[in-house]
Design a protein around this ligand. Structure first.
Ligand code: SF4
Length: 228
């Protein structure tokens, strides 16, 4: 279930000193994925008991644990893992691609997540071109609805990947619920990628010089948008 752990991070859960756990396996296949080695891995990995005992040793100087991936909601043991983390007195942040709204709803109902970051991979019309899978956008927006309806603290993240233009981002801004906390991430070329994606990987991205103009256009629709 667990493919790796970063023992300390100041950037993965704003305001909190966190450990980050990376779960194995993902049901998307984004061409720009930075955790490609995790996408199809299912077997092996770190024993959960070992990870929990490491967190137990470090709980006095950590505030939180971020559970990222891969896609954490694919694992039937996610609720138990989050519950064990919370019993150490640590906050839990979940990073998800949003494709499993029922699992997210389950975790919210049991108060197992303090904060959720959901990826919006692209506009509905081009979702599959970024996520690598068909028909996922509806599920992702269902996840977002659960978070809003239950007032669960959350943010939405979008990577400004090659071929994503200003028009795409304006389309996303119009599709998101009003006043979404929306973080745009600058694209970084991944070390590992599929040979057939080579052209996409080195494709055009929105230039830095255009970012201010982009933000001004997006803020008219989504005031809480930022680039990081
Ligand atoms: S959803 Fe995340 S982990 Fe899965 S393929 Fe996309 S970037 Fe990689």
């Amino acid at each position: 279930m667990i493919g790796g752990i970063v023992k300390t991070s100041l950037i993965d859960f704003q305001g909190y000193l966190s450990a980050v756990i990376f779960t194995q396996g993902c049901n998307f296949n984004c061409f720009y994925c930075h955790n490609r080695e995790l996408i199809s891995s299912k077997e092996g990995g770190l024993p959960v008991t070992e990870v929990l005992s490491l967190l137990d040793e470090r709980k006095d100087f950590l505030d939180a644990v971020v559970v990222s991936g891969g896609e954490p909601t694919l694992h039937s043991g996610l609720g138990t893992l989050l519950s064990s983390i919370k019993s150490l007195g640590l906050k839990c942040k979940l990073d998800t691609n949003g494709s499993n709204p029922d699992k997210v709803e389950y975790l919210i109902k049991r108060s197992l997540v303090d904060y959720v970051a959901v990826d919006i991979k692209g506009s509905r019309s081009r979702y599959a071109q970024f996520a690598g899978k068909e028909h996922q956008a509806d599920k992702v927006y269902q996840t977002l609805s659960h978070l809003i309806e239950t007032s669960t603290p959350h943010e939405v993240r979008t990577t400004m990947a090659p071929t994503m233009g200003i028009d795409d981002l304006i389309e996303i801004a119009e599709e998101l619920p009003p006043s979404t906390i929306w973080k745009l991430q600058r694209y970084v070329i991944p070390e590992l990628f599929r040979k057939e994606d080579e052209q996409l990987i080195y494709g055009d991205v929105i230039p830095y010089a255009a970012e201010e103009e982009l933000l001004n256009a997006l803020r008219r629709i989504q005031p809480a948008v930022a680039i990081r």
